[in-house]
Design a protein around this ligand. Sequence first.
Ligand SMILES: Cc1ncc(COP(=O)(O)O)c(C=O)c1O
Length: 392
Amino acid sequence: MNLENIKNLADNNLMPTYAHFPVSIEKGSGATFIDSEGNEVIDFGSGIGVNSLGYNNEGWIKAVTEQLLKVQHTSNLYYNSTVAEYAQMLTEKTGFNRVFLCNSGAEANECAIKLARKYSFDKYGENRHNIITLVNSFHGRTMATITATGQEHYHRFFNPFVQGFKYCQSGNTEEFLEMADESVCAIILEIVQGEGGVVPTDFGFLKTVEKVCNEKDILLIIDEVQTGMGRTGKLFAYEYAEIKPDVVTTAKGIGNGLPMGACLSTEKCANVLTAGAHGTTFGGNPVACAGAKYVLNTLTDDFLNEVTEKGEYIRKKLLEIEEVKSISGLGMMLGIELKTKNAGEIAKKCSENGLLILTAKNKLRMLPPLVITKEEIHKGIEILKGFLEAKQ
Ligand SMILES: Cc1ncc(COP(=O)(O)O)c(C=O)c1O
């Protein structure tokens, strides 16, 4: 099928929730795929930070297919060895006590929100349900997570929204101290605001937040849906800030493309969500867990160091381009601010000419597969550079 046919089928049948780029991804290897027209395309987006081990990763495919040949789904009413092993690996490697496995970032955040409110309800009773989130954050598309998202334009059309969220300016310690009163049970924040434009949160602010949370028994929830699982060169980006959250949520790269999310908790709140209080039909699916196990085993210190090194290399190469004003982000999560050109137009031109690159607010955004090679980086940057340096 050619692009025109695919486009017609998709546009006439899918709800129009996405403005698709004019490219159809058909098969791939590493950070390169072949589109419906047979063209080779370099992928600097990895499906918005999901295909962390790239396309057609042999070890991951073996792990997933081996599980598929055994059992595809069990329901969380029953045990399964792959799920049990993965949960153990994940808690051990991250240093958390318990995990709830789900299917997406929004679900992981829903779990964290419910956990925070019940933790507080169990311990302090009613009226301590407020959750602080940061202005310009993004936490998902469900009713609670869209409300938690600190961006006005998401707070339209779907009234009434969920109650009990307060929005604090990122980095504004004074405002946070004022907001963190006895009605607050938790704060949720990203270490680097991804959808918000690849904007890092100030580490000094994070230290103060951690201290106040500890003093007031407010749960510190870090949303590592985009930053987690090696994306920034650490397993979790909060490690850079040297803080220890009570709850961490993660998704995207966790399963290398199979739907998976996780909400991890320390011992303090490990037993808050008891039988009947929360659940999921598909979450913690054995096939997704088999893939996620392979991903987690791949994220060794050497692998993470390479992510950091490649991230620095990309940063250096991009800064050599005259049109590039600044680079933000950590590891291989990069925002590219341009001097004069429109990021959306550049991303579209690239997608028509052999390169997928994302945008976030007014920036270009890179979330390449963590396994991208130097050669693929070069090829992609050459295409990007061509459009950034073009006269018009
Ligand atoms: C920081 C953050 N949280 C939550 C989400 C929502 O994740 P999902 O789309 O898997 O529900 C995203 C998605 O972009 C995200 O970047």
